[in-house]
Design a protein around this ligand. Sequence first.
Ligand SMILES: C[S@@+](CC[C@H](N)C(=O)[O-])C[C@H]1O[C@@H](n2cnc3c(N)ncnc32)[C@H](O)[C@@H]1O
Length: 205
Amino acid sequence: MRKWLFARWYNKIMEKYEAYISQRKQALFTDLPTTVMEIGPGTGANLGYLSQGCKWIGIEPNPYMHPQLREKAASHGVEAEFRVATAEGIDVDDASVDAVLCTLVLCSVRDPQQVLNEALRVLKPGGKFYFIEHVAAPQGTWLRRWQRVMRPIWSGFADGCRPDRETGAAIQNAGFRSVELEGFRVPFPPALPFVSPHVAGVAVK
Ligand SMILES: C[S@@+](CC[C@H](N)C(=O)[O-])C[C@H]1O[C@@H](n2cnc3c(N)ncnc32)[C@H](O)[C@@H]1O
């Protein structure tokens, strides 16, 4: 029921955020290759940034997201393949994709480290991991305390999302050859104040 509700309301909740972040996404995804795997694509917010004819594999465990995903992939001319699965164990061959996309997902997965290991496994050598994530505020700040207090409530509402995860550090320590990461803030109202700060960047295998 919770997953159904999340899928139903997700686009509405994210409308302002997507408008706000679109310039950053355009810059970040400018050199996306033609074989892409996406972790937790949700309703397909990133499909419009792929080139027509791109081969895309979506690893999305919430089946209620899939109808919107299929529709969007078709309307953007993306050659889509779907897995109703979690990204802790991806049914994709080793070293077979040029890029992995991951936006606003590592906050919600059960085991971020395992998901990053899987991303590294499926990437070809030199392949790129593109990410945008909201992360924990620095230790000792009021925002960090607030994130901790809000975690159980927000997690119940937002399908397991944890606002106080150290996702930037997890990406930097995952074993990529290089990581380019930029921190930024998304002002309220596009994001709730405790779903901040954000990091975006590219990590190379
Ligand atoms: C906040 S939404 C983000 C959706 C989309 N990436 C975006 O930027 O709008 C988080 C997504 O991650 C998916 N998800 C949650 N746990 C996952 C896991 N273990 N593996 C893969 N996807 C997962 C959820 O079903 C949901 O679609």
